[in-house]
Design a protein around this ligand. Sequence first.
Ligand SMILES: C[S@@+](CC[C@H](N)C(=O)[O-])C[C@H]1O[C@@H](n2cnc3c(N)ncnc32)[C@H](O)[C@@H]1O
Length: 193
Amino acid sequence: MTAPPPAQVPPGRYAYGDDGVAIERLLLLAEIFEPATREFVASLPVDDPEVVLDLGCGPGATTALLAERFPEARTVGLDASSAMIETARTGLGDRASLAVADVSSGRLPGAPADVIYARLLLAHLPRPLDVVAAWTAQLRPGGVVALDEVERIVTDDLISREYLGAGHGTASRPRHGAVRRPDARDDDASWRL
Ligand SMILES: C[S@@+](CC[C@H](N)C(=O)[O-])C[C@H]1O[C@@H](n2cnc3c(N)ncnc32)[C@H](O)[C@@H]1O
């Protein structure tokens, strides 16, 4: 069982670290989440984006899905960890640009963007609502911020149940949505998270 994260993690530092075990764990998670993420990314209502950002890209599994979905775009993966970025670079080759960056404040490298995507990142950020608002301000007209998170985990696995303090069942349910720029038309409201 993975140990719970420490109570205090310095800003920009991933709670589970970035050693080989942490990277392996994220690659395993990526396999589990791939079908839901692929479906979500396919549904994003963006035509011919020029710039696609993957925030907190980790070892690059999500960056690969974005590059596949938007082959004509410049896809950029950003992560605070240089070890994550090196792993992503090895896996992605020239399919994406990658850079070490703290995405919780300031201008995002590559912005303004047509798609700003983040999976499993919000829980690691200080003041996530403020941070998402700042990302939204860095969209190009018609762009979307796409957030891919877990709403709850329900499992029959005893160790996982003890860890989660949760009920039982078999489903793990992803929750995701996208927000448009604040100046989007009213009929875009269905894309609010
Ligand atoms: C749970 S992992 C998710 C990785 C990837 N998005 C995925 O779904 O496979 C969270 C990632 O966010 C990165 N991260 C955490 N805080 C960050 C920050 N402030 N700026 C950039 N990256 C950050 C961590 O280094 C880690 O790689």
